[in-house]
Design a protein around this ligand. Structure first.
Ligand code: ZN
Ligand code: ZN
Length: 115
């Protein structure tokens, strides 16, 4: 004789008996409905990198990890180049700046390594 389990269906709260210990719901439909109830609602998001519209339960900026990685890398590159590339001073600016600093144009250029 098989062992019978008395269970309460988590969805409709019906008490039922089953010989399968793993069984949770009184009927398959209850399982479906219960899972549907618990499933996180998906909302649409726009990937900040590729512009792809994707569905996700939580707020996300990127459709894939790859997009996120690439985006981060791009940001890193932009920040790096910003540090590397010095602000370009036009000759007029240099002339004005040298006057402001009280040095000759030639000294200014040498001081700021413009050439
Ligand atoms: Zn049920
Ligand atoms: Zn993407």
């Amino acid at each position: 004789m098989k062992h019978k389990y008395t269970k309460i269906c988590p969805y409709c709260k019906t008490v039922f008996t089953t010989d399968k210990s793993a069984r949770k719901f009184c009927r398959a439909k209850c399982g479906e409905l219960y899972r549907g109830q618990c499933a996180p609602k998906l909302s649409k998001h726009l990937c900040q990198r590729c512009g792809h519209i994707f569905a996700a339960a939580r707020k996300r900026k990127f459709c894939t990890k790859e997009c996120q990685g690439r985006y981060m890398r791009d940001i890193g590159l932009i920040q790096k180049t910003k540090i590397k590339v010095p602000v370009k001073i036009t000759l007029t600016d240099a002339a004005r700046q040298s006057k402001a600093e009280g040095v000759t144009y030639g000294t200014f250029v040498r001081l700021h390594k413009l050439k």
